[in-house]
Design a binder for this molecule. Sequence first.
Ligand SMILES: [Fe+2]
Length: 251
Amino acid sequence: MVVAHLSDLHLGAHDRRAVASVAADVARFRPALTVVTGDSTMRARTGEFRLARDLLDRLPGPLLVVTGNHDLPLMSWRRLLRPYARYRTWMDPDLEPDRRVPGLTALGLQSMPRWRWKNGRVTARQAAAVVRVLGGAPRGDLRLLALHHPPLARGTVRLLGRDRLLHAIRAAGVDLVLAGHTHVPDVRVPVPGGPVFVVAGTAVSRRTRQGIGCSWSLISVRPDATEVRERHFRDGRWSTGRVVTVSAAAS
Ligand SMILES: [Fe+2]
């Protein structure tokens, strides 16, 4: 089972060469699902959503996309009254989509409420949806949860509702938790035998951090191991960077 994980596209602050080439790089690996974990735009402007839509249409489907903090307008009447209108028009009318393909059940959460600025939150209703949708997946399915804010973040970037979400993840038997937000790729398995938490970097934007350029994460789940290959854009080409392998026995 191969999943492509992209995040933080930030169209409007993008690297044009990365935008032009990333879809072909993703398609090479024939993913069963392509996930985009938020911040598809820089400032939630219509022109940026149009560019994001164009990129999504070139990525191999099926797609699962969620909102990020940059996908809501900055302080304005629009943020208060119609915060998700443009996102719904251009990206997906469903803020919490689920996707089912053979062997895989996936759920996306909308972790960016209008009344928070940057940090996310997960409500009791959303945690219950994780248990219902992913806990109710067919036996043997890979169970995948996607949201913008990394659930393992601590300190000032801690997700509100973090504990209830982690509890739901355990209760639902989630295998893979995909997030973004930090622009720094990461793979963690905090509990042996528990889910693999993957953070993808910024796929096509100039808002890179820690000297890490544009990247996306290719996740291959096999019976014996989960492998996360980070695909980096360097000198106009995509190539494999760090590879993290989590063996099923040790995970
Ligand atoms: Fe971002």
